[in-house]
Ligand binder design. Structure first.
Ligand SMILES: Cc1cc2nc3c(=O)[nH]c(=O)nc-3n(C[C@H](O)[C@H](O)[C@H](O)COP(=O)(O)O)c2cc1C
Length: 189
């Protein structure tokens, strides 16, 4: 797959089969993350790899409780709350089915206003590399509040959490979302 095809055909995958990722593929994928550009070449990343089921399980429980609490506080009828709780639980389970979840952090000690970009650029490299090797991934934020993630894994305060990147064999294939035409996104002087 060349770079144009990889960029164009990568989709956000939110549903995975439990198939494992061979060590060689995993290393290749992570390695591409570290080739991303960074402000001042500071390379402020930490990739926390969640592979073991029990560690993932306890963390997932914590996130599920948080989502259930948020839904409970919504001003919507009880029936709708029940449905939303079921749907979000299912969505979280589908993400945690992935063979691997990378939690991506950046050290804010150097360029605090810029490291968020460094994190996003590494995430894109990782997602593209995973896709090129036949795996799915996505940039996950809403189920993963920074406070919960950092407290659970006792991450030092000067690290900022960027996103969770589940990676694994694709379960349900995502459909191509609508993309705005280039003319709409271009300003010409
Ligand atoms: C900053 C950012 C945050 C995102 N947060 C989530 C998220 O919390 N959950 C999710 O399923 N996808 C999330 N996504 C993925 C987007 O929903 C997805 O990229 C978008 O719908 C376009 O689909 P595509 O990636 O298949 O082109 C996020 C993407 C970005 C860049």
């Amino acid at each position: 797959m060349d770079i144009f095809e990889a960029i164009q055909t990568r989709r956000s995958v939110r549903d995975f089969s439990a198939d494992k990722i061979p060590k060689g593929d995993l290393e290749k994928i992570l390695n591409m993350g570290r080739y991303a550009p960074t402000a001042g070449n500071i390379q402020p990343w930490k990739f926390l790899l969640l592979k073991k089921i029990n560690r993932k399980g306890k963390f997932k429980e914590k996130l599920a409780k948080n989502i259930a609490r948020i839904v409970e506080e919504l001003a919507i009828p009880d029936e709708e709350k029940k449905l939303r709780k079921k749907n979000t639980k299912e969505a979280l389970n589908n993400i945690f089915n992935a063979a691997l979840i990378i939690l991506l952090f950046v050290d804010t000690n150097t360029y605090p206003d810029l490291v968020i970009y460094d994190g996003a650029l590494a995430a894109q490299n990782i997602m593209l590399a995973a896709h090129a090797l036949g795996y799915g991934s996505s940039f996950q934020t809403s189920f993963f509040p920074e406070r919960i993630v950092k407290d659970f894994f006792r991450i030092p305060e000067h690290y900022k959490f960027i996103c969770a990147l589940p990676i694994g064999k694709v379960g349900k294939k995502p459909i191509m979302p609508e993309k705005k035409p280039l003319e709409e996104l271009t300003w010409k002087d």
